[in-house]
Design a protein around this ligand. Structure first.
Ligand SMILES: O=C(O)[C@H]1O[C@@H](Oc2ccc([N+](=O)[O-])cc2)[C@H](O)[C@@H](O)[C@@H]1O
Length: 605
């Protein structure tokens, strides 16, 4: 059990949530002198920077964009006098990749992992009805003991630099919203729900964790605000007559009001939106509410101009509008859990999410993710650092499931992206991670991981753990590209025939396939990197998908062009987007729209 509540900050009769977003003080700590020089009490010569945002792309100096090491944020926070007697927290949507938090010079918490929320209890440290100094020391170095994996090198001038084992820029900082929250001493700590459909009706079982012993009341209201069911007690079942189900691209949300009461008065109150739906895997089908669903959509990134990986409510809105326009119904949160607001929107819009923990880069080689195609056996999990890596991995998994378990949009957990999965040493590691996900999720959602190109029938030792087998495949791009596409097609068919022969009897989905394409390039006949080639590549791939019944989804790589580390394989970033980084369509988007609008929800059902 986590020692902080993962509930999204909301104000209610008993609670207060105050956003701390805005301009913060900011300072790099190249000499790592902050602690010794008393920066915990305040920064000596800070710059001013927005939160939420990645810090990298604001500045014109390359040394800042590429900075690896400690950096500090600072902000004054006024704590209202009427909060005295309550429990007061500072809640970070994330701090990438690790943080230590100080209030009035006192360390209140630390956290490892850059993509999930954490809270610091500051009740006994703050001065009420007064300004208080909040200081956060953040660090963005990469290692193989934390996820995502990478290394940190030192350049000849003594400066550090991040070397990711993954293909996205190492954006960092306070990239999501920060809240000040106040709750009563006895408060609602956690809410967990599960669903069972019984004809026209549904049973919503719930569990409420609180920090006290007073009575818990639960009232479920439908979208019109009418009471649909109610119950008393920390655990129970709500019987919902004529349940209005949450369906793909046709969402319906109930609102679950949870109250702690002493009989006379409400002690604490929290409102949780829920969607009544079930998700399961049966043979080669993914079933939502018992009906087969074919996934159409994307691997995405949180990535946009200027703010990098910072949460931006406008970019989020545009992305959902584009996904609706193109006829998508799902996405994977590659390669880390996204901002909570994105799941809330998916809940409302009826999108299906494969929620991915930041376990990417678990593959050992010099150019890491580039070398996967060579079929090299790397035995990543035999390192002596593996137990520590597993610890961070399990911790992130616990936080992700605790944070996201109540979102109807989340239909599966992705537990790793393109890990080494061909050695014996990978097997016990996978077993622990997959068992943990099963144990933590009351809804027992399907679990998956994205198989890298060398994990094929005969070599992969870990797909046995997946409930849905997810393939990242680049036949026609990294392998047999250009005029060799006809051979790429044969290889893709051959691999799928191989899986078929193994009688895996599970749904297969493609979580990545794509071709880098410059929005500026047209060429007739096509060449790789031209818009024409992206269309040919997708057409070839889709034709193959359509000829295998057990392929139950396609999530193209990537929704939009995104920033990566610079290098000879990337033209100012990865250009596999169906949309540009500015969220305008490449030519292929119109073709994809035609295809996806014509595929029924239960395609191949
Ligand atoms: O390369 C891509 O565009 C994407 O593919 C995946 O990484 C690969 C890189 C090279 C090869 N290969 O050489 O075969 C296969 C896979 C990653 O999951 C993703 O983060 C990345 O952006």
């Amino acid at each position: 059990m986590l020692d902080y509540s993962m509930l999204y900050p909301e104000s209610t009769v008993s609670r207060r949530a105050v956003s701390m977003d805005g301009m913060w003080n900011f300072q790099l700590d190249e000499k790592e002198e902050g602690i010794a020089s008393g920066w915990t009490e305040g920064l000596p010569s800070p710059d001013s920077i927005p939160v939420p945002a990645s810090f990298q792309d604001f500045y014109t100096e390359k040394d800042i964009r590429e900075y690896a090491g400690d950096f500090w944020y600072e902000k004054d926070m006024f704590i209202p006098g009427e909060w005295e007697g309550k429990k007061v927290f500072v809640r970070f949507g994330c701090a990438t990749h690790r943080a230590e938090v100080f209030v009035n010079g006192v360390k209140v918490t630390e956290h490892l992992g850059g993509f999930l929320p954490f809270s610091a209890d500051v009740t006994d440290v703050v001065r009420y009805n007064a300004q208080n100094k909040l200081v956060v020391k953040v660090n963005n170095e990469l290692s193989v003991t934390n996820i995502p994996c990478g290394t940190t090198i030192t350049l000849s001038n003594g400066k550090k630099m991040a070397k990711p084992y993954f293909d996205f820029f190492n954006y960092s900082g306070l990239q999501r919203s920060v809240y000040l929250t106040a709750v009563p001493q006895e408060y609602i700590f956690d809410i967990t729900t599960d669903y069972e459909l019984c004809g026209e009706d549904a049973k919503v079982s719930y569990r409420i964790d609180t920090t006290g012993e007073h009575t818990v009341l639960v009232t479920l209201c439908d979208a019109e605000g009418n009471v649909a069911a109610s119950a008393q007690g920390k655990e129970g079942v709500l019987d919902v007559k004529n349940a209005h189900l949450w369906e793909v691209r046709n969402a319906y949300l109930y609102s679950m009001m949870v109250q702690i009461t002493d009989g006379a008065e409400v002690i604490d109150e929290y409102r949780q939106e829920i969607g009544i739906r079930t998700v399961e895997v049966k043979d080669t089908s993914i079933l939502l509410n018992g009906k087969p669903v074919y996934l159409k959509g994307f691997g995405k990134h949180e990535d946009s101009d200027i703010i990098g990986r910072g949460f931006n409510i406008g970019v989020m809105k545009r992305d959902f509008e584009l996904m609706k326009w193109i006829g998508a119904n799902s996405f994977r949160t590659s390669h880390y859990p996204y901002s909570e607001e994105i799941y809330q929107m998916a809940d409302r819009e009826g999108f299906l999410i494969i929620d991915e923990v930041p376990a990417v880069g678990l593959f050992e080689s010099l150019m890491n993710f580039m070398e996967a195609s060579t079929g090299k056996q790397t035995a990543f999990f035999e390192k002596e650092t593996t137990p520590e890596l597993l610890k961070s991995h399990l911790h992130a998994l616990e936080e992700m499931i605790a944070r996201d378990k109540n979102h109807p949009s989340v239909i599966a957990w992705s537990l790793l992206n393109e890990p080494e999965s061909t050695s014996d040493a990978a097997v016990p590691y996978f077993k622990e991670v997959f068992d943990k996900a099963h144990e933590l999720d009351v809804q027992k959602r399907p679990r998956t991981f994205a198989l890298v190109m060398n994990a094929v029938p005969g070599t992969c030792k870990c797909h046995q753990f997946s409930d849905i087998v997810a393939l990242n495949r680049y036949y026609g791009w990294y392998v047999k590209g250009g005029h060799e596409m006809m051979d790429a097609r044969e290889m893709l068919i051959k691999e799928l025939e191989g899986w078929k022969a193994m009688n895996v009897n599970k749904p297969f989905i493609f979580t990545e396939y794509g071709a880098d394409t410059l929005a500026s390039e047209h060429k007739l006949p096509s060449v790789m990197w031209s818009q024409e080639y992206q269309e040919e590549y997708l057409k070839m791939t889709h034709d193959v998908f359509d000829s295998f019944d057990f392929v139950k989804g396609e999530q193209v790589w990537n929704f939009a062009d995104f920033q990566t580390t610079e290098g000879i394989m990337r033209v100012n970033g990865n250009k596999k987007g169906i949309f540009t980084r500015q969220r305008q369509p490449k030519d292929v988007a119109y073709k994809l729209k035609q295809r996806w609008e014509s595929l029924p929800v239960d395609f191949k059902g």
